[in-house]
Every structure is written in structure tokens, then in C-alpha cells.
Design a protein around this ligand. Structure first.
Ligand code: ADP
Length: 501
């Protein structure tokens, strides 16, 4: 058996390739950003060709850094930004249009129409998702309706849809059109019980079945196709792991038992709670999603709380308000004051995701008085990340009956000690971060390695998880209740602000 496992992590802002050893330790990595294309307000696109070229470059460079060749890799996994939609021509391999990114809100009319005639409830029941601009189905419909020639190409069977996992696998294998259950569960097109595309759901969006990839397990011993020898890996490495990024992080955090959860803090925040083989339908604004499916074993489901704006609110302080020069400065600026001085910031820049799902909301900073400074605004931004998480944690407790005794965290913001301390204070439970913070890539590597027997079972993976840091809650229950009560009031002020009908 070869010594290492690789993982492509195709994220919203960058693509990286990471190589891990049997202990789950990082051996090498390379990462490259790609352009964020914003043609108009609310639109966010990526160039799929650029993403493919970056993928080739990061794989080759990481392999060179580690001085490895294809035969040193036991398997390779892929994990990806979810929902982001690519439609390309089967004959030429050219995309018909840029990738429409998960954050893009151009489909708000498509999404709100679904809730006016009962289709929304069918989507909730069958796909486990509330109709929203977030998911792929509306984005595919938009491309079919707005890009010349795509509808005809789709009817002929020439137009293919994929999230970026499918797009990369199609290119790496030169022609294998596949995805995994976790990615498929983010389209509004897959039935959560049959794990197959659902004709009724497809009809809601006018999407021909021939556009869709084959749905496979997230860890698949048969592999997703043969890596082309002229591709970035330079040889036939088993391609045996494929998961959406948040599900991959859940695997990387070894949340394999029902009741175990992780929260990832990046551009947005995504908390997933493993609910086992039980499909739990949310009554409190969470998504029901597939957590993973390993080979022939039964699928494992999760409840998910997705928050659109967390790290990107810190970027907004840096790029738009310009009160900090780097994201890390948010910590030193916020530390200048002991609290937010009564200020609450609800960063509903593109509406609110979980648990509210209100596309009519817009951002607000409330509670301002003349006393307040940039430091209070920075602190309110970090608090907003934590209060949004509290909203999601509360919804999870109501839906599942599970109360957390510790919150496992990962992602770019978790280097911010103050933010993690506030998180423990706001929740009243300890917050714990693992040594290997790259849980997304690690989870994809785990899925790939499990499929080929590089790792024997999930117990072996659990042994790789080690804590690096833990934050204990300090606030009194009164402080916690008062702060959260004001946050809830602030959220109310942001609702029903824009007209989306
Ligand atoms: P993604 O995978 O979504 O691209 P990352 O996990 O790389 O995100 O995290 C990047 C996000 O974290 C950015 O939005 C950035 O603003 C935020 N961030 C990075 N460092 C810090 C910090 N020290 N304090 C607060 N936010 C941070």
C-alpha cells in the first residue's frame, strides 16, 4: 500500500491540494486563489476553466514539494464548495456559462415563486431543503432560461450539470460524469429517501434528467473513473472520496456517532449534527442533508445550520469600512473594549439563512450611541458570528433533543481567540479546536482512504483526532440571556426590509 493519501479542496475563494500520512498529519500542500466575478449586485461567479487550471497547478506543485509521484498515493479524494453550479458541453468540455456560486442571489424570484404554489413544501419534504437561492436547482434553471442555446443542448443531451466536484472529476478522468450523495443533496433535486434524482422535483425546475451526474457514495471502492495519465496526478490513482466541503469537515472532525457536531467558521458558518441513519426533518429552520455514505453502508444524515455571512463580515470591516487592515486585526481592535457598548450588528447582507431563511432581510447595525467607536463595531462583528451560531445551536437542540456538551470548531476564524472565547460565553458550553485545522481536506482524504483500506475503519480515524485548544465559558447566565435577548431584537429589525416578490 502506498504511504499517503491526497485531497483536492475546491473552495469558494481558493483551491488546495493536501497530502496526508496515516496519522492524518499534513505532508504537503499548495493553494491558489481564483477570481471572484461580481457582474452586478447579488451576482457571484467563478470561471470553471480557471478553477480547473488552478486545480492542475496545486496538485502538481504539492506533489513536487513532497517529491512524490502517483504511485505514492493510495487514493485521492475531492471536496468542494457545495451548490455552485457549472453547466458544460459534453462534446467540447467547454462551460456554457461561468459557475454560479452558492452566494449568488439572482434566482430570488425563482426561489420565492416555489413557495407561492405549494412546490416549496414538496421540496421541503422530499429534498429536506427550504426553497432558496442558495441551492443548485434554481441556478440550473436560470442557465437553461438565460444562456443562448443551453435549453436546446440540454434537450439533445449535450449539456451536463455538475457542482465543482463533478466538473473536476469529469476533467481529471476525461469524461466520467459523477457526483456523490452529499453534493446531490444540495440541489433541491434529490430525494433524500431514495438518494436518486426525483422526477417531480426535476419538473419544478424544467431540468432534463440527462443533464445530471450519476449519484455515488461519498467513499466508493469502485472509484469515480480512471485518472487520465496526462492529468495533474500523472497516473492512475484511485479516485475514491467525494464529499461537499461541510460534510467533509464533519468527517475530518470524526463526528461519526449520532449527536456529534462540528461548526466550521469561514466565509460563512456551517454547523452539522450527525443524526445517524435517521432522517430528522427540521421544524426550526435547519436543513436535512446527507452527511456521508461510505460504500454499501446505509447513508448517514445530518441536520445543518448554514449561516451566509460570518468571516465575510470581517472582510467587510477590512475592505468596505476599512477600520482594520487584515482579518486578524479584528481581534486586537475588538479587544480594546470590554464589550460591544450596546451595539449589535446583524450582517444580513444577502438576507438571512438558518434558522430564519428570510431573503427580505438586509444588514443593520443597531444600538448606536455617540459613545461608540470602531472597536465596538469590530466587537459586535465577532459577537454576530457567535450569536448566529447560538441561533443554530438552539434550533438543533429543539429539532434533535441533543444538547451539546462541547462544540468542535474549525475554519479560518478559529485562530481568533477572542471570537472563540465569546463563542463559549454566548453558548455556555466549551469550544474545542483540533490540532489538524484543515478538517475539510482531511475528511475527503479519510473518505478516499477508507475506500481502499488505507484506513481500516472509523475507529482508526478517531485515534487521529487530538485537541489543540479549548475555551471555557465565563459569562453568568444573566449576561448570556441579556445579550442573546438583545440579539434577537436586533434580528427583528432587519426583517421585511426589501421586496423580493
Ligand atoms: P473559506 O474556506 O470559506 O474560504 P477560511 O476557512 O479560509 O474560509 O476562512 C477565511 C475567513 O476567515 C475570511 O472570511 C476571513 O475574513 C476570516 N478570518 C481569517 N482570519 C481571521 C481572524 N483572525 N479573525 C476573524 N476572522 C478571520
Amino acid at each position: 500500500m502506498a504511504d499517503f493519501v491526497g485531497a483536492v479542496d475546491q473552495g469558494t475563494t481558493s483551491t488546495r491540494f493536501m497530502i496526508f500520512d496515516h496519522g492524518g498529519n499534513e505532508v504537503a500542500r499548495h493553494q491558489l486563489e481564483h477570481e471572484q466575478i461580481m457582474p452586478q449586485a447579488g451576482w457571484v461567479e467563478h470561471n470553471p476553466i480557471e478553477i480547473w487550471e488552478r486545480t492542475v497547478a496545486v496538485v502538481r506543485t504539492a506533489m513536487q514539494k513532497a517529491d512524490l509521484s502517483a504511485s505514492d498515493l493510495a487514493a485521492v479524494g475531492i471536496t468542494n464548495q457545495r451548490e455552485t453550479t457549472v453547466v458544460w458541453d459534453r462534446r467540447t468540455g467547454r462551460p456554457y456559462y461561468n459557475a454560479i456560486v452558492w452566494q449568488d442571489t439572482r434566482t430570488d424570484r425563482i426561489a420565492s415563486a416555489l413557495d407561492r404554489d405549494g412546490r416549496g413544501d414538496v421540496i421541503r419534504r422530499k429534498a429536506g431543503l427550504p426553497p432558496a437561492t442558495y441551492f443548485s436547482g434554481g441556478k440550473i434553471q436560470w442557465i437553461l432560461e438565460n444562456v443562448d442555446g443551453v435549453r436546446e443542448a440540454a434537450e439533445r443531451g449535450d449539456a451536463l450539470f455538475g457542482n465543482t466536484d463533478s466538473w473536476l472529476l469529469w476533467n481529471i478522468t476525461r469524461g466520467s460524469h459523477v457526483t456523490d450523495v452529499t453534493n446531490a443533496s444540495r440541489t433541491m433535486l434529490m430525494n433524500l429517501e431514495t438518494l436518486d434524482w426525483d422526477d417531480e422535483l426535476l419538473s419544478f425546475f424544467g431540468i432534463p434528467r440527462s443533464m445530471l451526474p450519476e449519484i455515488r457514495p461519498s467513499s466508493d471502492p469502485t472509484g469515480y473513473g480512471v485518472a487520465h495519465v496526462d492529468g495533474p496526478l500523472g497516473g492512475d490513482v484511485p479516485l475514491t472520496g467525494d464529499l461537499g466541503d461541510q460534510q467533509a469537515a464533519t468527517v475530518g472532525q470524526v463526528c461519526f456517532s449520532p449527536g456529534e457536531a462540528k461548526n466550521t467558521y469561514g466565509t460563512g458558518n456551517f454547523m452539522l449534527l450527525n443524526t445517524g441513519t435517521k432522517l430528522v426533518r427540521s421544524e426550526n429552520g435547519l436543513l436535512t442533508t446527507v452527511c456521508y455514505k461510505f460504500g454499501d453502508a446505509a447513508p448517514v444524515y445530518a441536520l445543518e445550520g448554514s449561516i451566509a455571512v460570518t468571516g465575510s463580515a470581517v472582510q467587510w470591516l477590512r475592505d468596505q469600512l476599512r477600520i482594520i487592515k487584515s482579518a486578524s486585526e479584528s481581534e486586537s481592535l475588538a479587544s480594546r473594549v470590554p464589550d460591544s457598548g450596546g451595539v449589535y450588528f446583524v450582517p444580513a447582507f444577502s438576507g438571512l439563512f438558518a434558522p430564519y431563511w428570510r431573503s427580505d432581510a438586509r444588514g443593520a447595525i443597531v444600538g448606536l450611541s455617540r459613545f461608540n467607536t470602531d472597536a465596538h463595531i469590530a466587537r459586535a462583528t465577532l459577537e454576530a458570528i457567535c450569536y448566529q451560531t447560538r441561533d443554530v445551536v438552539d434550533a438543533m437542540a429543539q429539532d434533535s433533543g441533543v444538547t451539546l456538551d462541547v462544540l468542535k470548531v474549525d475554519g479560518g476564524i478559529t485562530v481568533n481567540n477572542l471570537c472563540m472565547q465569546i463563542q463559549a460565553d454566548v453558548l455556555g458550553v466549551p469550544v474545542s479546536r483540533p490540532v489538524v485545522a484543515e478538517t475539510t481536506a482531511l475528511g475527503a482524504a479519510y473518505a478516499a482512504g477508507l475506500a481502499v483500506g488505507y484506513w481500516k475503519n472509523t475507529e482508526e480515524l478517531r485515534e487521529n483526532w487530538n485537541e489543540s485548544q479549548r475555551w471555557q465559558p465565563n459569562w453568568t447566565p444573566e449576561q448570556r440571556d441579556q445579550g442573546f435577548g438583545r440579539w434577537k431584537k436586533a434580528v427583528q429589525r432587519t426583517l421585511d426590509w426589501v421586496d423580493v416578490d
